[in-house]
Structures are given as C-alpha cells and as structure tokens.
Design a protein around this ligand. Structure first.
Ligand SMILES: Cc1ncc(COP(=O)(O)O)c(C=O)c1O
Length: 415
C-alpha cells in the first residue's frame, strides 16, 4: 500500500459502523479487504427490521393492488422528498413508459444519448422517435443551448435525465418548453433526495420518473415511481398502472400492470429509515475521493454540480488524455485488483443498433457526449465500502500518476 495514502490519513469517522449491521473492527476490515469491489452494492437494512413487516403482510394476505404498505410508502416518500403526489411502480422503466402514456406524448421527443438505455427505450416502446441532443460538458446533462435546433413540427416533449443526480438546467429547459408548447418528462432515476435551492428537484417539469432498482441510492429491490403535480394526474396514472381500471367493470385506457407489490413497498419503508445515513456515508466516501484525486493530473471528477443537497449516487471521473493510462487501461488495472468500476455511460444510447441509424445519433451531432463516453469511469461508491477498500481503489488510480494526493483529510459536515 502506498505511504501517501494511508488509512490514518482519513480525517473522517470509521467508514464501517454498527448502524449498518456489519461487524466493525480492524480484524473484520482486514478480512474484507480482498473481497471483490463492485461499482455499487445494494444497501440492505438489518433483516430483523424487515421481519415484522413481512408478518403484517402474511397476516393481511394483501400482497399487491395498492395495499397498506403501498399507501404508507407513498405517504412516507411524499414527506421525505418534500413533494405532494407520488405513484409507485414496479420499476423505473414502467414508470417512464406510463409517464409518456399519461401525457399522450407522440411524434418526436428530444432526449440525451448519455444515459441508461431505458431512457430512450421508453420512447421507442411508445412508438415515439427519440431525437438525440448533445450534453453540457459540465453537468453531462442535456445541453439546453442545443435543444431549439432539434425541434421540428413533430416534437411534442423533452425528456432530460438528471444524470448521476446532478440537476439539469431546469429553468432553461422549461423556458424552451413554454415557448414551443412542449411537455417535459424528467428521467429522475438517479435523483432520489436531490434538492435545489427551491426544494426537491423532482418538482420540475410535467412529471418525473424515478427508479428504486437495487443499485440505486434508495431501493425497493425493484421499483419506481412517478412524481405528479396534482391529485388528478396521480389518479390518471394510478389507473394506467392498473390496466386502465376505474372500477370492477370499467376500463378507460389500455393500461399496463405497473403496480408495486406489498413486499417491495414494505422494504421501502424500512429503507427509508436508513437512507439519510446511507447518503451521509456516500458523501464521506466522495469526500475522500475528492481530496485524494484533486491534484492527480488527468483524472477529473465530475463532482456534484448545482444541488443544494446531493445524493452521491455515483462517483464518475473523466480519464483525460494526460493521465498515463487510457480509460480502458485504468478500467483493466482496477479489474486486475478485483475492483469492478463501470463505464457508465459507454456506449452512448445513440450507438446501440436500434438507434444508430437515426440522423440525430451521428457522432458529429454529439461531440461532447462522444468524448465523455470515451473517458468516463464510475468508481465504487456505496455505504458499506470500507476505508481499506477506498484506499485500494485510490492506490490503483494514483499508482501510475506522479501527482499523488496525500496529507490529512478532512470532510466537511453536511449542511
Ligand atoms: C437513467 C435511468 N433511467 C431509467 C432506468 C430504469 O430503471 P429500472 O431499472 O428501475 O427499470 C435506470 C436504471 O436502472 C436509469 O439509470
């Protein structure tokens, strides 16, 4: 282990704590130090906390169809997130599909190529043509300065993504939408708990779709949600996610089965108790990476841009050309050390076969996204990543570099 990056140099509390139901202590850390380190690991609260909820479900025999757990989780999430209305889903993709259906969006939708494939797939599944627009080099989100040039008479909406939980330029996007009478549907899969100066980032646009997949900051194993502006919209969405049923004998739309089940909702209620702690732990890890990487030539952390409250869901860095290794070489060097960083988001969505023939998918149309996809690497970050594991990741990243970080680290407290 490199002496410039020692465990003692961390000015932060032990990264493994009893809060996480894990065996703490030096011996346990040593034993864990050789385990495979993935880019993320689902957060699991203590099993004992979940059992009473399962008992309630067994007693009630209510497994799905908007049972008590589902209702409680909707209420609890509204309170936690600071929003008025939410409709839970069985995953983020059905939430996206249904959000588009509920607004009757058709024709062409302007979106980002720099995201997970589900963003554009949700458009294709609705028979909508995605039109890719390049991203902003700072936020890595849809660049509002490039949106207007992509609007045609067929454009009906904009679907931006708060990538890595960094907020889009919501004001500029809304101004364009207002000028051209377009809808805005945010893919907010990464944006759990993110706030800007005015409150939850999820309040912007016509709708925001969330993912509670196992890899997300807040997970319900699988799950998702749509944040709705009013009760009427929520009612329409609740019907759409239940086949279009209004009552036992009335169906008003060709809806889907998008309902979240009771076990998932109950798990969400348990998760919610721990989510602040989990985000704080992520923040501490991000802080260590920030400190150690800030003076490393050729490694540029994307960072948290524009939030009043971030969620530290990912730790993306750009491996620039003046770093001694290429992005792919660093990726491989990490793998050789049992560290599985991920190239999120490479390839671009627009490079997948079902999209690449589209005019907007041409690389010349997407120079920033193409460059970022070539350089990006997401380093491991998750609540139970212990300090020895963080050090191990840093060792590999700092290894080939002359400009290593070092010295004592301090991590400012959250506001
Ligand atoms: C940006 C983005 N959109 C949509 C999704 C789809 O969510 P889910 O996996 O819950 O269907 C994901 C992640 O999985 C995502 O990262």
């Amino acid at each position: 282990m490199n002496s410039n990056v020692s465990a003692d140099s961390f000015g932060v509390q032990d990264l493994r704590s009893a809060d996480y139901g894990q065996a703490a202590g030096h011996g346990a850390e040593e034993a864990m130090s050789d385990r495979r380190i993935n880019v993320t690991q689902p957060y699991l609260p203590p099993l004992e906390e979940f059992i009473p909820y399962l008992r309630q479900i067994w007693d009630s025999k209510m497994l799905t169809n908007g049972g008590p757990m589902h209702q409680h989780l909707e209420e609890a999430l509204c309170e936690y997130l600071g929003i008025e209305h939410i409709a839970l889903f069985n995953n983020g993709t059905t939430a996206l599909l249904t959000a588009l259906q509920s607004l009757r969006i058709t024709g062409e939708v302007i979106t980002t190529p720099y995201s997970f494939v589900a963003t554009a797939h949700s458009l294709l599944w609705n028979g909508i043509k995605p039109v890719f627009v390049d991203i902003d080099p700072r936020t890595l989100n849809l660049d509002p300065r490039k949106i207007e040039a992509a609007i045609t008479p067929h454009t009906t909406a904009i679907m931006p993504v708060h990538c890595y939980g960094n907020p889009c330029d919501v004001k500029a996007i809304q101004d364009i939408a207002d000028n051209y009478n377009l809808r805005v549907v945010y893919d907010a899969a990464h944006a759990f708990g993110v706030r800007d100066a005015g409150g939850s980032i999820l309040r912007h646009g016509d709708l925001s779709a969330m993912s509670f997949h196992a890899t997300k900051v807040f997970n319900t194993f699988e799950g998702g949600a749509i944040v709705c502006p009013d009760a009427k919209t929520k009612l329409r969405i609740d019907r759409l996610k239940n086949f279009g049923f209004v009552d036992e004998v009335t169906v008003v739309a060709p809806g889907i089965n998008g309902k979240m089940g009771e076990v998932n909702a109950a798990f969400g209620l348990v998760q919610l108790r721990h989510v602040d702690c989990a985000i704080e732990r992520r923040r501490e890890i991000a802080c260590i990476y920030d400190e150690q990487l800030k003076s490393v030539k050729g490694i540029r952390p994307v960072g948290s841009v524009g939030q009043a409250k971030a969620n530290y869901s990912y730790y993306p860095v750009l491996v620039e050309d003046d770093y001694p290794l290429s992005r792919d070489e660093l990726y491989q060097a990490l793998r050789n050390n049992n560290i599985y960083a991920r190239k999120y988001f490479y390839p671009l969505i627009s490079d997948f076969p079902m999209y690449r023939g589209m005019a907007s998918a041409a690389r010349e149309n997407l120079p920033v996204a193409s460059e970022v996809a070539r350089k990006v690497l997401c380093l491991p970050i998750y609540p139970v990543l212990d300090r020895h594991e963080v050090l191990k990741v840093l060792e590999v990243v700092l290894g080939p570099s002359e400009n290593r970080g070092g010295g004592g680290l301090t991590c400012p407290a959250t506001s």
